[in-house]
Ligand binder design. Structure first.
Ligand SMILES: Cc1cc2nc3c(=O)[nH]c(=O)nc-3n(C[C@H](O)[C@H](O)[C@H](O)COP(=O)(O)OP(=O)(O)OC[C@H]3O[C@@H](n4cnc5c(N)ncnc54)[C@H](O)[C@@H]3O)c2cc1C
Ligand code: FES
Ligand code: FES
Length: 548
């Protein structure tokens, strides 16, 4: 964790930025003028608003020292989320309510429960991480305590996946979060939410007026930080300014600012485009708007496929999932991105939209055909990903998704493998495998799928399949994993799939060596609660020769 002075003083050389930044903070509207497009929320809090409680540690979304809470109106309710202010563009909170650690203490100096519970649980030592933890607790207070939902240690652990503490240790911090269950909140906090909702609506009117004025006076300057509200507006802007930097959650794009010290002169931010912030349900698929935050997108995917919880909850940490979008993950196109192998295995497609001759054009492609090379795709400069269409589960679907990374939480995959089969009369009637970390792009395992089709669903078939899968790809060695390890992982993950999905008798039948066999304990429905248990003695005596 290094302190990066350069990154917090990175003001743009440009002097005139027409967009007034308006947001709600601590009971009043904050209005900031002349904020360069690439300045981050952390920078304006610390430098312009002199709120130095929010810290900068890594400046890349990893440590949580910069955590603040933002709230946005959705369906007439306030949605509170903890986010990393270090990589979030300042203008992205236009029209939001924002809380930093200074804002939650009462006027008379009484600590907020998120603060007093940390004090009582002795949950801070050097204190550098503490403002970030307090703000994650504050989001929990709004989302659980105030709604009378108990915070369990598991919920607290999951909500704190984006916060690192190097000296206290996590147990007292989790205790602090859980102890908020004892707090009774008052009616006045509900009235407060209503006041904020009303303030945000008024703010929106002022922001729309600002926007109209800028567009009229200086249309080019309007794109310096454009926050289109409709899809039409977004596509027209992208067509007019194809070189402008498109951003969504800025959890990838923001790192170009904080780590490569890049300054974007023109940004088009798609996160307020109402059409693509929605999830729509159809008889055979769900359509997830490209601007939908991962937290929401994953909730929707889990409705049909709850077994994916463990995989999806391991995507970064909660503050990243609260900002990042599904469209951003796909567009970024990292070969080790997590959503793509899964979406490929589910047969998902992406809709790409643009404006041509003043008309909106859409084209739809299967995700596996979207990528053309390392971080390259068929997306043209005037196009935007608008929808991700995910087919509903087919009958007898057997689906498993695996991510192997060095850390359990908040880490990028070395390899991921998603296997989606459907079985009919004991034979494999459908096979779709998405793989990450083994090629220049997220990939589909065509050869393995071809082999699997019409084969009996048994251990022999899967043993052959794992060999074919590991030969199908030529992974690279890099700092995350060697090529050999990646190939071995592919085999091992098919083996794990076999152990999890075939009945015990078949696995026993194929066991022979005498070593202990460790089996994932699937009895727990809480997917964060992964435990490995030793197999029953009779099964572990015979063992896993053929499984190796
Ligand atoms: C600490 C940390 C942990 C992370 N962990 C993971 C992880 O576990 N797994 C993983 O896969 N990724 C991870 N990431 C990477 C990142 O969070 C994801 O790629 C995320 O989904 C990007 O989405 P975004 O909305 O923030 O995109 P942005 O950063 O806003 O944009 C990324 C790129 O996509 C383009 N873009 C965005 N939306 C669209 C659109 N609708 N149409 C066309 N182009 C678009 C932008 O122009 C930009 O070039 C991590 C990042 C950080 C900082
Ligand atoms: S400073 Fe580390 S996450 Fe923002
Ligand atoms: S208290 Fe020192 S890093 Fe957490």
């Amino acid at each position: 964790m290094t302190l990066s002075k350069k990154s917090i003083s990175g003001k743009s050389k440009e002097t005139s930025h027409p967009h007034v930044l308006r947001f709600w903070r601590n009971g009043k509207e904050i209005t900031l003028e002349n904020i360069a497009p690439s300045r981050t929320l952390l920078q304006i809090l610390r430098e312009d608003l002199n709120s130095k409680g929010t810290k900068e540690g890594c400046a890349e979304g990893d440590c949580g020292a910069c955590t603040v809470v933002v709230a946005q109106e959705q369906n007439n309710e306030l949605v509170y989320t903890a986010v990393n202010s270090c990589i979030r563009m300042a203008h992205s909170v236009s029209g939001h309510a924002v809380w930093s650690v200074e804002d939650i203490i009462s006027n008379d100096g009484t600590l907020h429960p998120a603060q007093s519970s940390m004090v009582k649980a002795h949950a801070s030592q050097c204190g550098f991480c503490t403002p970030g933890f307090v703000m994650s607790l504050y989001a929990m207070y709004e989302n659980y305590t105030k709604k009378n939902i108990a915070i369990t240690p598991r919920i607290a652990q999951s909500a704190l996946t984006g916060n690192l503490c190097r000296c206290t240790g996590y147990r007292p911090i989790i205790d602090a979060a859980v102890s908020m269950n004892q707090i009774e909140h008052s009616q006045s906090s509900q009235q407060n939410s209503k006041t904020i909702l009303k303030a945000l609506k008024d703010l929106k009117v002022s922001i729309n007026e600002d926007w109209k004025k800028i567009k009229k006076g200086n249309p080019k300057a309007a794109a310096s930080y454009a926050l289109p509200q409709t899809l039409q507006e977004l596509l027209h802007l992208k067509s007019e300014y194809p070189n402008a930097q498109l951003i969504a959650g800025s959890t990838d794009a923001g790192l170009q600012v904080t780590k490569q010290f890049k300054q974007f002169d023109h940004i088009i931010d798609l996160t307020q485009v109402s059409e693509i912030r929605a999830v729509e349900e159809y008889p055979h698929h769900i359509a997830i708007g490209a601007g939908v935050k991962l937290t929401h997108a994953f909730e929707e995917l889990l409705k049909d496929r709850p077994q994916l919880k463990n995989y999806l909850m391991r995507f970064a940490g909660l503050p990243i999932r609260n900002s990042a979008t599904l469209g951003g993950n796909i567009a970024n196109g990292s070969p080790i991105g997590d959503s793509m192998p899964l979406l490929i295995s589910l047969g998902a497609s992406v809709v790409l939209s643009s404006v041509q001759n003043k008309k909106v054009k859409n084209r739809e492609v299967l995700l596996e055909n979207f990528y053309t090379g390392y971080r390259q795709s068929i997306l043209t400069q005037r196009e935007v990903i608008t929808w991700i269409k995910v087919p509903k589960p087919h009958s007898n679907e057997i689906l498993r998704a695996y991510k192997i990374s060095k850390r359990f939480d908040d880490d990028i995959s070395a390899v991921s493998l998603c296997i989606n089969l459907s079985i009919s009369n004991g034979k494999i009637a459908f096979a779709s495998l998405g793989v990450g970390g083994v090629a220049a792009t997220p990939a589909k395992a065509y050869e393995t799928e071809k082999f699997l089709l019409d084969q009996p669903f048994n251990m022999n078939t899967l043993i052959k399949a794992k060999k074919i899968l590991s030969k199908e790809f030529k992974p690279l060695s890099d700092m995350r994993a060697s090529a050999g390890y990646r190939k071995q992982l592919l085999e091992n993950l098919v083996q794990r799939f076999a152990v999890e999905t075939l009945d015990t008798a078949q696995v026993q039948d194929k066991s022979s060596s005498g070593n202990d066999v460790f089996w994932m304990d699937l009895s727990s429905t809480d997917s964060n609660d992964l435990r490995f248990v030793k197999l029953k003695p009779d099964l572990s005596k015979s063992s896993s020769q053929d499984l190796k």
